[in-house]
Design a protein around this ligand. Structure first.
Ligand SMILES: *[C@@H]1O[C@H](CO)[C@@H](O)[C@H](O)[C@H]1NC(C)=O
Ligand SMILES: *[C@@H]1O[C@H](CO)[C@@H](O)[C@H](O)[C@H]1NC(C)=O
Length: 210
């Protein structure tokens, strides 16, 4: 009887030991920093594929991903000095302890940052709004919206108006001469303006959503 209890005690100790070892190994695994690969962040080739003001740069994985000014956390200043490589500081302890991406850096005197993966807590709490979803800093997708008035289908000879809306972000997708109208394989209407007329090469227009 006493011997059985002694064995039982030993067994319990052994189990506890195994649990501690497992816990340790698991704890260490959890501490592996996440990279953009873990989030399947899209890979880019050129700055113009990123959202406005975004730049396409290699991150910790060596693959090129978009960095943007809109994804900078409060720890990162808005303006920076091009000549000072550390003037954009870091994304803060919380980010750095979780993610292995890239450091914020200065692009045309504005800090650009790696993607945000966590929601941003709201500083002065608004009822029902505890946090803001992370700003997406990514390759943009082309969006086209089309509406036809008075209806999608009209009788032949009836007047119809087409409203077409194309996002010019990313700028890469829209040709320099603008958007034209094609009917049955023939260019019917040429563009009267180009979406790029409004842009200059000044720093600020780089960060303006067209
Ligand atoms: C970040 O990720 C790269 C590529 O996976 C790795 O070589 C590097 O050691 C990592 N750095 C840290 C601090 O985890
Ligand atoms: C479209 O183009 C083809 C070849 O150019 C032509 O044969 C056809 O009649 C056209 N259709 C309409 C509706 O104009």
């Amino acid at each position: 009887m006493i011997k059985a209890r002694w064995y039982f005690k030993k067994l319990r100790l052994l189990l506890l030991f195994i649990l501690i070892i497992f816990g340790f190994v698991e704890g260490n695994n959890n501490q592996l920093l996440k990279t953009s690969d873990d989030f399947e962040t899209p890979i880019c080739e050129r700055d113009t594929q990123c959202v406005v003001g975004g730049v396409c740069r290699p991150d910790a994985t060596g693959k090129k991903r978009c960095m943007c000014s809109s994804s900078c956390l409060m720890t990162v200043p808005v303006k920076c000095v091009q000549s000072n490589p550390v003037s954009c500081l870091t994304m803060g302890e919380n980010y750095v302890s979780k993610y292995n991406t890239s450091l914020p850096y200065c692009h045309h005197n504005r800090c650009v940052c790696p993607p945000l993966y966590d929601p941003v807590p709201v500083k002065s709490p608004t009822p029902g709004v505890p946090f803001i979803p992370p700003f997406k800093c990514d390759k943009r997708e082309l969006q086209i919206m089309l509406a036809i008035s008075p209806a999608d289908a009209v009788y032949k000879g009836t007047e119809a108006t087409f409203y077409c809306c194309v996002n010019v972000d990313p700028r890469d997708y829209i040709p320099e001469e603008g958007v034209y109208f094609v009917q049955n394989g023939t260019r019917r209407r040429e563009a009267s303006t180009t979406p790029y007329q409004l842009f200059t090469t000044t720093d600020d227009s780089l960060f303006t959503v067209p």
